[in-house]
Design a protein around this ligand. Structure first.
Ligand code: C2E
Ligand code: MG
Ligand code: MG
Ligand code: MG
Length: 282
C-alpha cells in the first residue's frame, strides 16, 4: 500500500498500482537520481484570471515527473515517494528553480506572478526566505513575481515557526496564499494570525455553487470574510462557464480551472499568454 497525501490532509492508504515495497523503494531511488541529474522534473502552468475582466493575474506551477518508462507522473504519484525518501526539500528547490525560470520568460513585459506550492517541510524551513531571496536575485526577478501557496495543515506541526517563515517571506515582498481553503483542518482561528494575501477556495466548495444554495451561501460568506481580512479570493477548480459566472456574482475575485485553461507545459503557457482564450466549457 502506498501512502497518498490527500488534500484533506489525512493519509488515505490506496493499493499501490506498482506493487509492493520493492517497487516503492525503486521509485524513491529513481526520484533521487532524477533530482540529482535534472531534466525529468518539470512544471506545468495553469493561469489564474480576474473574473471581472479576464486579465491573467497569475500562473500556478504544478510539478510533473517525466518518468523514463512510466510516462508523465502527477503530484499524487510522486509527492508521497518524495516525502518518504526525505526528498521534499530538493524537490522544492527544483520546482522553485523551474518556476522562476519560467516567470523570467514573461517578466517584466507581463507582470504575472508564478505560484509555487509549499509542503510542510518547506514552511518550517528557516532557510526558506534566504533561499527564495537568492533564487529571485539569480533570475533577476522582484519578490512580487512569486506567490507561495500553502495549505493550513502544513502549519500544524509548528505554527509559530511557520508563521515566522511566512512573515519573513512577506516582508521580502513575496505574496502568500492559503490553498484548498475550506477543507481539512481549516479553521477561522488560524486565519487571524496567518500572514497571507490570498485565499484559494477549494474546488469542493466551488463545484456545486450553481446548483446548491448552501454551497453558494458558504462561498458568499467566505468571500466577505476574505475581503474583510484584506485577502483576495481565488476560486479553484472552475470547470464551466456558468459556474464562473455564479462565482463572479458571489464576489470571487479570480478563478482557476479547466474553464479557463488546463495546466500546460511552460512553452504552451508562454504562447497562451499572448492570446488567452476566452472562458469556455472544456
Ligand atoms: P492544488 O495546489 O490545489 O492544485 C490544483 C490541482 O487541481 C492541480 O492538480 C490541478 O491540475 C487541478 N485542477 C485545476 N483545475 C481544475 C479543474 O477545473 N477541475 C479539476 N478537477 N481539477 C483541476 P495536480 O497538478 O494533480 O496537483 C495536485 C496537488 O499536488 C496540488 O493541489 C498541490 O497541493 C500539490 N502540488 C502540485 N505541485 C506541487 C509542488 O511543486 N510541490 C508541492 N509540495 N505540492 C505540489
Ligand atoms: Mg496550489
Ligand atoms: Mg488548491
Ligand atoms: Mg484544491
Amino acid at each position: 500500500y502506498a501512502a497518498k497525501a490527500s488534500r484533506e490532509g489525512v493519509r488515505v492508504y490506496v493499493p499501490d498500482p506498482h506493487g509492493g515495497t520493492g517497487d516503492r523503494l525503486h521509485t524513491m531511488e529513481e526520484l533521487r537520481t532524477a533530482l540529482d541529474e535534472g531534466g525529468q522534473l518539470l512544471v506545468h502552468l495553469q493561469p489564474q484570471v480576474d473574473l471581472e475582466d479576464g486579465r491573467v493575474v497569475g500562473a500556478e506551477a504544478l510539478v510533473r515527473w517525466q518518468h523514463p518508462t512510466r510516462g508523465l507522473l502527477s503530484p499524487a504519484d510522486l509527492l508521497p515517494a518524495a516525502e518518504q525518501a526525505g526528498l521534499l526539500r530538493p524537490l522544492a528547490d527544483t520546482v522553485l528553480e523551474l518556476s522562476l525560470t519560467a516567470a523570467a520568460r514573461w517578466w517584466p513585459e507581463r507582470r504575472v506572478p508564478v505560484s509555487v506550492n509549499l509542503s510542510a517541510a518547506d514552511v518550517t524551513d528557516l532557510d526558506l526566505p534566504t533561499k527564495v531571496a537568492r533564487a529571485l536575485d539569480r533570475h533577476g526577478l522582484p519578490a512580487a513575481a512569486l506567490t507561495l501557496e500553502l495549505v493550513e495543515d502544513t502549519l500544524m506541526a509548528d505554527p509559530e515557526r511557520g508563521r515566522a517563515v511566512l512573515g519573513q517571506l512577506r516582508r521580502l515582498g513575496v505574496r502568500t496564499s492559503i490553498d484548498d481553503y475550506g477543507t481539512g483542518y481549516s479553521s477561522l482561528a488560524y486565519l487571524r494570525h496567518l500572514p497571507a494575501d490570498e485565499l484559494k477556495l477549494d474546488r469542493s466548495l466551488t463545484l456545486d455553487v450553481g446548483r446548491d444554495p448552501r454551497a453558494a451561501a458558504i462561498v458568499r460568506h467566505t468571500v466577505a470574510l476574505a475581503h474583510d481580512l484584506g485577502l483576495t479570493l481565488v476560486a479553484e477548480g472552475v470547470e464551466d462557464v456558468d459556474t464562473a459566472a455564479v462565482l463572479a456574482r458571489l464576489g470571487c475575485d479570480t478563478a482557476q480551472g479547466h474553464a479557463i485553461a488546463r495546466p500546460m507545459p511552460v512553452e504552451a503557457f508562454v504562447d497562451w499568454l499572448q492570446t488567452p482564450a476566452p472562458l469556455s466549457n472544456p
